[in-house]
Design a protein around this ligand. Sequence first.
Ligand code: NAD
Length: 480
Amino acid sequence: MQHIKNYINGQLVEPVSKTYLDNFNPSTGKVYSYIPDSDEQDVALAYSAAKTAFASWSITPKEQRSKYLLKIAALIEKKLDHLALAESIDNGKPLKLAKTVDIPRAAANFHFYGTGILHYASHAHSMEESAINYTLRQPVGVAGCISPWNLPLYLFSWKIAPALAAGCTVVAKPSEITPMSAYLLSEICIEAGLPAGVLNIVHGLGGKVGNAIVSHKDIPLISFTGGTVTGKHIASVAAPMFKKLSLELGGKNPNIIFADCDYDKMMHTTMLSSFANQGQICLCGSRIFVERKIYDKFKTDFVAKTKALLIGDPLHENTKIGAIVSEGHQQKILSYIELAQKEGGTVLCGGKKVTLDGDLKNGYYIEPTVIEGLAYDCRTNQEEIFGPVVTITPFDTEEEALMMANSTIYGLASMLWTGDLTRAHRMANHIHAGIVWINCWLLRDLRTPFGGVKASGVGREGGFEALDFFTEPKNVCVRL
Ligand code: NAD
């Protein structure tokens, strides 16, 4: 069986401890490869390689850094089928989704920052006749990047690409639950000729590898995407060390639907925003608020469509709902469905674990689930479930919809469906979220800032904001 390796100083290497963890295929529930159980010794080696490489990478002309990033983007595109297959097996997501979203967007991240760095500029401020100030933007140093399992290569590259473009070197840790595409990325970096030590990938557990990165005294910057509880812990370690921090955390996103929307478009997109990737996208809309005038029609149509979603082998072309990423996560989702019923909710469809046939019989599947009749402030409607589970709730007024939408500790994304332009802008202005999608979902222009408010995160990724994050501004004031 395959043993995944760490990527340190340009080489694929075993963990110092020589110990490995099981890597499961969630669609079958079977171990299919092994992942390094690395620890602080591997992080120390990675840091040392990154520190040495920083001396030359940070002064490598941006045109040259750009060429490496574009080469990596081209190789990801060339190997799209292979990467998508690996991601689907590792994560349980439908192969089609990996082919059309995850892997193309990972390539797009490298392409965007490979070209973006060429156009990145800093400012000058004139004090008329007395002085001129100019701002130098210098790479911060060795960046620590930690990512989750839900969109493995996509989110990993979302951090690594701007860090490398900005001139930082990187010690990165992908999720231990989905390590495979990060491993394949290390092979791609070797093929692209990326200089040794510029990117280092250390596999293993959050409590060991992640913690060693976050608490490393000489890593001055942490870019983290994952759960809010983990983010809080990371902040408690990194903030007293005065590290630069970007935290992209959980969500409980509202999807607000008015009677005057384009109903068919709304229904098509709401199916996706509810259940794509088994609902395991931080941007999925898990709380659906529907104007009472169309609530019954919406409920009938939405439940019928949800029942028709094909649950099955992620590798099969027609599968819409693949496997949940791990057995532990499957249990967590099922426990929330139970909680919802205790809280007075009615399961309109789904709600159960699914056992498929043959090789897939031990895989981690759950029926897509729609629940109604819950109070907006109950735990089911306040806590992140991160699975194929949505609640539906009627509302009468804009104010009521806004109050319920804004009632959670989270503020990542939101969706609004209406044909009333003025209302759309008015509501967008009042929603507490980093992203408001009006009559669409998951449409991303990489130039725009990305991230959440409240417990959904601190800082912004995306666009030139990410290049700002990985560089330090230095003001130089010259007396004329
Ligand atoms: P998680 O917080 O459990 O793990 C994320 C990463 O942090 C993993 O690599 C993990 O190994 C590591 N980690 C765990 N403990 C650590 C520690 N003590 N120190 C350092 N690193 C540690 O999250 P997850 O379950 O992998 O991902 C799901 C969560 O991510 C959800 O809450 C989801 O909303 C969130 N998410 C947010 C965004 C966003 O952009 N805001 C995007 C995707 C996912």
